[in-house]
Design a protein around this ligand. Structure first.
Ligand SMILES: [Zn+2]
Length: 374
């Protein structure tokens, strides 16, 4: 399949787990705290300056202040200069957003001070050999920190622009690499497919194929439930409860990452293979407020999946079509008659034309037909 590259570029983030050693972790944690202090003091400077003069303080002026502070406080000097300077960009963004929203007549909250532990991300604004952050020997090289082990589970095809290091609630560390990609437009493809959320499966296609959640995700979700139960059994305020809470947070993160990984791979494959992908319109569906509980639960992950499909389809020049979900399960995909069935009925068995097939498969065909008929 050939592809064309369009000229407009779009930003995209890739998130990878990193494994800093004890010494590196200690340093990164200390940098986060330093950046928090820089952030808070820059915020205070802006406030005070405004009270005294009635004017705002620019980022350039704040950079001069930061330079003097560096000579006074050695801990600022320990942090890579790109990283501390980026803090000032963040402050600038926060204020710009504040003023933009105030101007638009909204009531935005004034930028706030960050409490201990609330500053979670360090950003190296330049990436590449000899710059603040780069790749070296399959590791992530961070200036003043050293070589950090990184798990590159996905390929990056474009040049990395910036690198952020994030500490999650669970204590795990991640590198978020931002790239600018030229969207690759795929060549035209007349193949189309309908997708339905399965009850037992993640999705069922109009060609009859079923996609189940991968085994590792299923296992992690089961474990999540066990941990939730464990937590509720622990005494309030006890040490064991605190421990159980950390365990649960870690598991939540694991499930989230595994689900995202699975959905990324599936959506990429679908957009590559089909010119048109048809799904039910979730917004209409939520308005209908049905009592199909099992289905509503799976909708949570489904919504995120549709969002992924949507941006991937757009940047590849493919079509993601949304159709009305009304009655897609009940209608017979061969003769169009309504065959009522509740959740427990797994098979579509049409008394009018004799069609017998899996209920979700029948629904997926209806979804595809709806698009073609429109
Ligand atoms: Zn029929």
């Amino acid at each position: 399949m050939s592809s064309v590259t369009s000229s407009c570029k779009e930003k995209r983030n890739y998130k990878f787990r990193i494994y800093p050693n004890k010494r590196q972790e200690h340093k990164l944690t200390s940098w986060l705290e330093t950046c928090r202090i820089v952030y808070n003091s820059a915020l205070a400077d802006r406030k005070n300056h405004f009270i005294r003069t009635g004017n705002g303080l620019t980022r350039i002026a704040q950079q001069v202040i930061l330079k003097t502070d560096k000579t006074k406080y050695p801990r600022i000097k320990e942090v890579h200069s790109q990283v501390t300077q980026e803090v000032l960009f963040r402050i600038e963004r926060a204020f710009n957003n504040f003023f933009r929203r105030a101007k638009a007549g909204e009531k935005p909250g004034y930028p706030r001070y960050k409490g201990p532990g609330q500053y979670k991300t360090l950003t190296f604004t330049q990436f590449g050999d000899g710059l603040g952050a780069s790749f070296k020997n399959s590791k992530l090289k961070l200036s003043k920190i050293g070589l950090v082990k990184i798990k590159l589970h996905r390929e990056i095809h474009s040049k990395v622009k910036t690198c952020s290091i994030k500490r999650e609630q669970s204590g795990k560390w991640y590198a978020i690499l931002t790239v600018e990609e030229s969207p690759v437009l795929y060549s035209p493809n007349r193949q189309s497919i309908g997708l339905d959320v399965g009850i037992k499966e993640f999705a069922v296609f109009s060609n009859g194929k079923k996609i189940t959640n991968p085994k590792n995700l299923q296992r992690s979700e089961r474990k999540l439930k066990t941990l939730q139960r464990n937590l509720s059994r622990k005494k309030k305020g006890s040490k064991n409860r605190a421990k159980a809470r950390v365990k649960l947070a870690r598991q939540h993160e694991k499930v989230r990452n595994q689900r995202q990984d699975f959905q990324h791979k599936l959506s990429t494959r679908l957009v590559w293979k089909y010119g048109t992908i048809v799904v039910e319109d979730l917004q209409i569906k939520n308005m209908v407020k049905n009592h199909r509980l099992a289905k509503n639960i799976s909708d949570v992950g489904w919504g995120e999946f549709i969002a992924m499909l949507s941006y991937k389809a757009e940047s590849a020049g493919r079509i993601l079509a949304k159709v009305s979900p009304h009655g897609t399960t009940q209608e017979c995909s061969r003769c169009g008659n309504v065959v009522p069935k509740d959740l427990s009925v797994r098979t579509h068995d049409c008394p009018y034309c004799g069609l017998v097939m899996d209920r979700d498969h029948n629904a997926a065909i209806n979804i595809l037909h709806r698009y073609k008929a429109s």
